[in-house]
Design a protein. Structure first.
Lengths: 626, 494
């Protein structure tokens, strides 16, 4: 087992380093093969680990930071949560690596790209498998770093580099809260081991548990793009599309959910923390969906849908339904990667056009992409019997079963969001694939291969429900697998209740589809496109994502830059340094007045120093003798 | 015989090299080679000390010191020639030897005038700094403390840029004034100890036992603190640093940032706190405040800088705040972190100054505004630039993270409030770092700059530093083990 885990981590690391340091020296084909092989090798290791998995275990690889009673070794922890995510990550990333090889076929600076992709997989796996918090933090920052450079991969365009910077700094704000939480935990318990910490919450006052839980939540908000730290994710779409699929949809952005699920036993007892997580998730889910309705850029629609869907996962964690949250996380990874990769095919075919109001008719020219994208949209919308339906519904159901007013309000919010989700999902499908177009389609051999990658993801998204079917359909695999995890055992609902809850959610999804059909099919479609350039105030507000960016620019960014200049020129050079210069001048003038002694000649200073030293020694001699 | 005077050899070997260079100062090429030879020999010698695991000394050494020399010098004043090495000194010695090699390397071609003198001064400075890290007699310490200033003064004054004379004099006067007060304090405690015990001695081990009245102790510690805080530099005594750094030649900046700043921190750990523990405790809130404020203040001002060198200089103010914080906490973990952070900062900031120097040599501009899109032109240089910027921003897996993490965790344990404010620095550091990366490496070219990528020499220097940064980030445990014993003795835990 130790061997599997070590190889799973080392392969992508080795691939990334090889590409970074020697990528230019290797033939391109070999390098492409290598970076895909390392990830698939990781998948094989993960699968082997899953096959031989019996019980949770800790694996020590090497020491890392050791000082007195502080120990943060390189040790890994394997349990159903980390194992299932590791299998998913290596599989989805493996597919995206293959896709990337063809997507980036014309890119000249490919070694940098492949190096970062592989390093990302390494960092993500470290994050998932870490046994202690500092090692988790290493992966946490590692994925952030790779994401920063990949968003700004085409760095010559200032907007891309800016987007990367924004992502890095915004998430670092959350990371700082996380580190404070880590420091606090160490102060209280003297350990970083998550396994140990999870069993020790009862030793400290509830208020402290709450405070630490909130710090972890802020950390999760940054990485998982939850309100109010969500602003970086839409801009992150500046990166190449496979990057968006892999990092900003399927894997990295779920890190916050993973962290909260991992530490859930610790703060799960604090109602304040779980409610805060649920409320954050609920607001974010609604926020993301509302913004997605008004976007024009294909990738931005998907970005806001990601924000919204991660909000659902947060809702699940907040409701104490870890299994449901993880279930949705896994299924979402499949269908969201699918949607982004499908978008990549569309964008490639459309000569890098991303405005959905300028697309249309692609169902004929890109049939494979169309059917796969349709499957992904159905999952996103939660059309009954797709994977997305079952996973999202297990979260919504869990909210209802809490039976508390707050959670019932969130239940209603989640249903409204589900309706919106279905609407914008099919709005997208109708605008991109519906109607007719004269646009010339850029078909190529690369595009054919890229479309093939969509097929397995579409199948997984559609059939993802079998991972954890509801009780009346025979129950599911994840439910059993996670049974021993804290929060893994879902509240058992009577089958009748469960069926009713699912019927409501399914009906809403179909209603959203119907609404989108009315608004965007046939003649209505042309009308909407004509209207698109004169948006209403509400549409404009939603299009600008509730003006969060403008608000933050006003509140934080401008004052920061202004104060920075003020501190430098007025305070540091103006007050502190200037007063010293004046003092020195005053002393110098006095010196001149005393004689021509301090004329600025260094030799004189040194002679004076020697004379002074001699005088002191003389005084000492006198003191000693007398 | 020589095995009993290894420390003397260690301290004076570079001076010997300096004399040799001055003796044959006809040939520039020879001067470079001799300097490199001696710097490398010194590095090898310092490496040899890592292999000496048992106490190996002719003289009875104080606890923790595994190398020790203690001979008569000026008996009349109780001044002895005492050198000692424990784990902390060894780390600092190794850093000094390492960075001096780098310093010789980076000035290989950039220095065109009075080449022999330049390299001789580099080696002389190495001797002075090593003396500071090894002296255990306060008079001897003071002597080395002043000696190491003089070469730096000339390095800035002769080979500097811009307002070099102003900066050099400012640097000299600033640090010199601070250390004069320290000299007064040294003499005072010397006299007090003599009056109490009847034997006059400048030896640290003797003076530690002095009974200092509380209020006198405050003044004496304040004098020490002033000298060390200027060197550190702690807010608000830092304003000499941006000028000195900006106007110094590359090797001067590298050594200033990587080594001279560390002498202040080292002095506080070795002399300040042990000599006046009560006064140090009284001053702790002040040091916390200066450290924490300096972390944010330096980072915030760095963001506004237009000159790359000034930006890195202000970043030093911020980074050294973490070191001060760890020392002020005076807990095992925090102090270990602070000491490790001294090494980390030395490697990272030294590398950044070297990189800025390399860019400057190519384009003759340090203005951030003139760059842009450098990644497309010189990918290898850019790779290292990014690596060291990320190290500086505390990316885990690289060196600075380990030190800052230990300082923050250790400080939080004993003083949550200052640590809480220090966490802010994590964000502010990233803000100016990514601004630097973005404006230099990314975007479009703003001025047509012709650049060639790294030469073999430059690539070698940066690669060595990069290996150091990664090694310290991935495997800091051996070094932490090295300082564990001395730190335990200092803070008084098992």
């Amino acid at each position: 087992m130790k061997l599997y885990l070590a190889i799973m981590l080392l392969l992508p690391l080795a691939g990334g380093l090889t590409s970074a340091l020697a990528g230019r020296l290797l033939p391109r084909r070999l390098l492409e093969f290598l970076i895909c092989a390392t990830v698939w090798g990781g998948f094989v290791c993960a699968a082997l680990a899953a096959a031989s998995y019996t019980a949770p275990l800790t694996v020590n690889l090497a020491p890392w930071i050791t000082a007195f009673d502080l120990g943060a070794p390189l040790s890994l922890y394997l349990d159903p949560l980390s194992l299932s995510l590791a299998v998913m990550v290596t599989f989805v990333c493996g597919l995206i690596h293959i896709y990337s090889v063809f997507y980036m076929a014309e890119e000249g600076d490919y070694p940098r790209f492949f190096a970062l992709l592989n390093l990302f997989v390494f960092a993500m796996l470290t994050l998932l498998l870490a046994e202690n918090l500092p090692l988790l933090y290493l992966g946490w920052e590692g994925v952030g770093f790779c994401s920063y450079l990949l968003i700004g991969f085409w760095y010559q365009d200032k907007a891309n580099a800016d987007a990367g910077r924004k992502a890095f700094i915004t998430t670092r704000i959350g990371d700082t809260a996380l580190v404070i939480g880590i420091a606090w935990l160490f102060q209280l318990f003297g350990t970083f081991s998550m396994v140990q910490l999870n069993g020790m919450a009862f030793l400290i006052p509830g208020g402290v548990v709450t405070a630490i839980g909130v710090l972890f939540l802020i950390g999760a908000m940054g990485k998982s793009a939850q309100v109010p730290l969500q602003v970086w994710l839409p801009d992150a779409m500046a990166g190449p599309t496979p990057v968006s699929a892999m990092i900003h949809a399927a894997t990295m952005v779920t890190a916050g959910v993973y962290l909260l699920a991992r530490m859930f036993p610790f703060f799960g007892g604090s109602a304040v923390v779980t409610s805060a997580i649920a409320v954050t998730g609920g607001i974010t889910a609604f926020y993301g969906a509302s913004c997605a309705v008004a976007q024009r850029d294909l990738k931005r629609v998907l970005a806001f849908s990601t924000i919204s869907q991660i909000g659902y996962m947060m809702l699940g964690v907040g409701a104490g339904a870890i299994t449901a949250a993880t279930f949705h996380l896994l299924v979402h990874a499949f269908f969201k990667a699918l949607l982004f990769l499908g978008a990549g095919c569309v964008i490639t075919a459309m000569h890098h056009e991303q405005d959905i109001f300028k697309m249309g008719g692609l169902r004929r020219s890109l049939p494979v992409t169309f059917w796969c994208f349709l499957a992904g949209s159905a999952c996103l919308a939660g059309i009954p019997l797709t994977g997305g339906f079952f996973s999202k519904d297990s979260i919504i159901g869990a909210l209802w079963l809490k039976g508390v007013p707050l959670y019932q309000a969130l239940y209603v919010l989640a249903l409204i969001t589900a309706l919106l989700t279905s609407f914008y999902s099919f709005r997208l499908v109708y605008l991109v694939f519906g109607g007719e177009t004269n646009a010339h389609i850029h078909g190529s051999r690369e595009l054919k291969v890229m479309e093939l990658v969509l097929v397995p993801l579409a199948l997984l998204g559609l059939c993802g429900g079998v991972l954890d079917l509801p009780g009346y359909l025979g129950g599911g695999f994840l439910g059993h697998f996670f049974a021993n995890l804290a929060g893994g055992k879902a509240a058992e609902a009577p089958q009748a209740t469960e069926i009713v809850l699912q019927a409501i959610a399914g009906a809403l999804a179909l209603a959203g589809l119907a609404a989108a059909h009315v608004a965007f099919s046939g003649k209505a479609r042309a009308k909407r496109i004509a209207e698109a350039d004169n948006p209403s105030a509400l549409t404009s507000f939603l299009f600008h994502a509730w003006h969060f960016d403008d608000l933050y620019r006003l509140l934080f960014i401008r004052p920061y830059a202004a104060l920075s200049g003020f501190l430098w020129q007025r305070m540091d050079e103006g007050v502190i340094d200037d007063s010293l210069d004046r003092l020195a001048q005053g002393v110098g003038a006095t010196g001149t007045w005393f004689g021509r002694w301090t004329a600025g000649r260094i030799s004189l200073y040194i002679v004076s120093f020697a004379a002074g030293g001699a005088a002191i020694l003389g005084y000492l001699a006198w003191v000693t003798l007398s | 015989m020589i095995s009993h005077h290894l420390l003397t050899l260690l301290v004076f070997l570079p001076s010997l090299g300096a004399l040799l260079i001055l003796a044959v100062r006809k040939s520039d090429a020879l001067a470079r080679l001799v300097a490199l030879g001696f710097a490398v020999a010194e590095l090898v010698l310092s490496g040899y000390f890592f292999t000496l695991d048992t106490v190996h000394t002719l003289y009875p050494a104080p606890a923790g010191f595994f190398q020790y020399e203690n001979v008569h010098w000026i008996d009349f004043f109780g001044i002895r020639y005492t050198l000692g090495m424990d784990g902390i000194s060894l780390l600092m010695v190794a850093l000094t030897a390492f960075i001096t090699v780098i310093g010789v390397g980076v000035s290989w071609q950039g220095i065109k005038e009075r080449v022999p003198l330049h390299f001789a001064l580099l080696l002389l400075m190495e001797s002075g700094i090593l003396g500071v890290f090894l002296a255990l007699d306060l008079f001897l310490f003071y002597l080395f403390w002043e000696v190491m200033l003089i070469p730096m003064f000339f390095l800035i004054g002769i080979w500097g840029h811009g307002r070099r004379i102003y900066s050099a004099v400012k640097f000299f006067l600033y640090t010199f004034l601070g250390s004069l007060l320290m000299l007064v304090a040294i003499i005072t405690i010397f006299l007090m100890h003599g009056a109490q015990s009847g034997t006059y001695s400048f030896a640290l081990v003797d003076l530690i036992g002095t009974k200092v009245p509380y209020d006198v102790g405050l003044w004496l510690f304040a004098a020490f603190l002033l000298a060390f805080a200027i060197k550190f530099p702690l807010f608000p005594l830092h304003t000499w640093l941006p000028d000195a750094h900006t106007d110094a030649p590359t090797a001067g900046s590298v050594i200033l940032a990587s080594l001279l700043l560390k002498t202040g921190a080292y002095g506080l750990v070795r002399f300040g706190y042990p000599l006046f523990p009560d006064a140090a405790r009284a001053f702790t809130p002040l040091i916390y405040a200066a450290a924490v404020f300096g972390i944010s203040y330096g980072a915030w001002i760095a963001f506004a800088q237009k000159d790359m060198k000034r930006l890195v200089a202000y970043s030093s103010v911020s980074h050294m705040g973490f070191v001060a914080l760890g020392i002020a906490a005076w807990s095992p973990i925090a102090l270990s972190g602070a000491i490790l952070q001294m090494v980390n900062h030395g490697v990272t900031t030294g590398a950044l100054f070297a990189l800025v120097g390399m860019l400057d040599e190519r384009t003759h501009s340090r203005e951030i505004d003139t760059y842009g899109g450098v990644w497309g032109k010189v990918p290898a240089l850019s790779f290292f630039f990014l690596l060291f910027c990320m190290a500086s921003a505390g990316l885990p897996g690289l060196n600075n993270f380990v030190g800052e993490f230990l300082v923050l965790i250790g400080t939080f344990k004993v003083a949550p409030l200052p640590a809480g404010f220090a966490f802010l620095g994590m964000v502010l550091t990233l803000v100016y770092t990514v601004r630097l990366v973005q404006e230099i490496l990314f975007g479009k070219e703003r001025k047509p700059l012709v650049m060639h990528d790294l030469s073999l020499r430059e690539g070698g220097i940066l690669a060595v530093l990069a290996v150091g940064a990664v090694y310290l980030g991935v495997s800091p445990s051996p070094l932490l083990e090295l300082v564990k014993g001395p730190v335990a003795l200092l803070v008084g835990v098992k």
